[in-house]
Design a protein around this ligand. Structure first.
Ligand code: SAM
Ligand code: DTB
Ligand code: SF4
Length: 317
């Protein structure tokens, strides 16, 4: 199966709307060409700088525009971050992702400390990912030199729906940073959030944007909205988990070689719904007690689910 970057919206819609068994079957065929069937990558997240963000993302507990139960925390000490990464590795994670509630990276002492964190985590022989907001070309190059594997920068939804969710930046801003990351030779982690009131057409529009990036993002996180009290999306209607399944399967077909991550939202899903996401060929998850600011499933529950499905943690990508 060859990798395509010329997917048209109509073609993507046709795939997305297939009867579910056919959609999942095609996703499984695509997955087998590039990945081992029983392996799932374990990633660990850490919020290295929490809250007080100037952006107004309607889903986010860390935006300074909304009153949520998140307390602001300054940038963590690099030694503490590296110690957390070491524990994550001991717990089976192969990728460590550090998130900061910044609109953009500013050069100076804090960025230098982030570079120290990247160097320290890379030295543990973990994949290192950061998500720090917008980056300039030279900042991307410095992160690359420090040993960064991947940069997460989500497009979140379709270009048409983006303005309903965020007003303090544009889709073009996002694409520009993704370009800087790519040009610096860092792999791209880029996905979206489902359950923000978007339509099927918006989900198809997001998939179109992702699948037309050349190369594809090496990693595609699909988040189910975590509804945070105090944010404009706190009362968003819950989505049918089969929409997650459909979106994951379509992402797998469009971007067969990428890691497709069942990211936020697993706590709200039944074990059966999570199993369906794996059958639709998600092959990566976040493990550990916390995502950035919200809880994640228990390690024990995850271990039991893996055991019952006969699946195992990927040792090394
Ligand atoms: N500030 C940086 C940025 O926005 O790029 C990095 C951190 S931000 C929290 C990382 C990503 O987490 C967002 O792009 C969004 O896709 C996801 N996210 C944030 N809050 C979420 C929520 N409540 N539910 C699901 N995903 C969420
Ligand atoms: C991504 O797509 N999801 C992660 C990671 N990339 C940075 C973040 C999920 C955040 C969920 C809400 C929270 O814990 O604050
Ligand atoms: Fe800030 Fe990122 Fe949250 Fe948006 S998603 S408010 S940019 S931390």
């Amino acid at each position: 199966m060859n990798i395509r970057h010329d997917w048209a919206r109509d073609e993507i819609r046709t795939v997305y709307q297939l009867p579910l068994p056919e959609l999942v079957f095609r996703a499984q065929l695509a997955h087998r060409e590039y990945h081992r069937p029983d392996e799932v990558q374990m990633c660990r997240l850490l919020s290295i700088k929490t809250g007080g963000c100037p952006e107004d993302c309607a889903y986010c507990s860390q935006s300074a525009h909304y009153k949520t139960d998140v307390t602001r925390e300054p940038l963590m000490d690099p030694a503490e971050v590296i110690a957390t990464a070491r524990r994550a590795k001991a717990g089976g994670a192969t990728r460590f992702c550090m998130g900061a509630a910044w609109r953009q990276v500013n050069d100076g002492k804090e960025f230098d400390q982030v570079l120290d964190m990247v160097r320290g985590v890379a030295a543990l022989d973990l994949e290192v990912c950061c998500t720090l907001g917008m980056l300039t070309q030279s900042q991307a190059q410095r992160l690359k030199k420090a040993g960064l594997t991947a940069y997460n920068h989500n497009l979140d939804t379709s270009p048409e729906f983006y303005g309903e969710v965020i007003s303090t930046r544009t889709y073009e801003d996002r694409l520009r940073t993704i370009g800087h990351v790519r040009e610096a030779g860092i792999t791209v982690c880029c996905g979206g959030i489902l359950g923000m009131g978007e339509s099927d057409e918006d989900r198809i529009g997001l998939l179109e944007q992702l699948a037309r990036l050349d190369p594809h993002p090496e990693s595609v996180p699909i988040n189910m909205l975590v509804r945070n009290e105090g944010t404009p999306l706190e009362d968003a209607p819950e989505i049918d988990p089969l929409i997650m399944v459909r979106t994951i399967a379509t992402a797998r077909i469009l971007m067969p070689a990428s890691m497709v991550r069942l990211a936020a939202g697993r706590r709200r899903m039944s074990p059966e719904a999570v199993a369906l996401c794996f059958l639709a060929r998600a092959n990566s998850i976040f493990t550990g007690e916390k995502l950035l600011t919200t809880p994640n499933p228990d390690a024990g529950d995850d271990a039991r689910l893996f055991e019952s499905l006969g699946m195992r943690a990927l040792q090394r990508a």
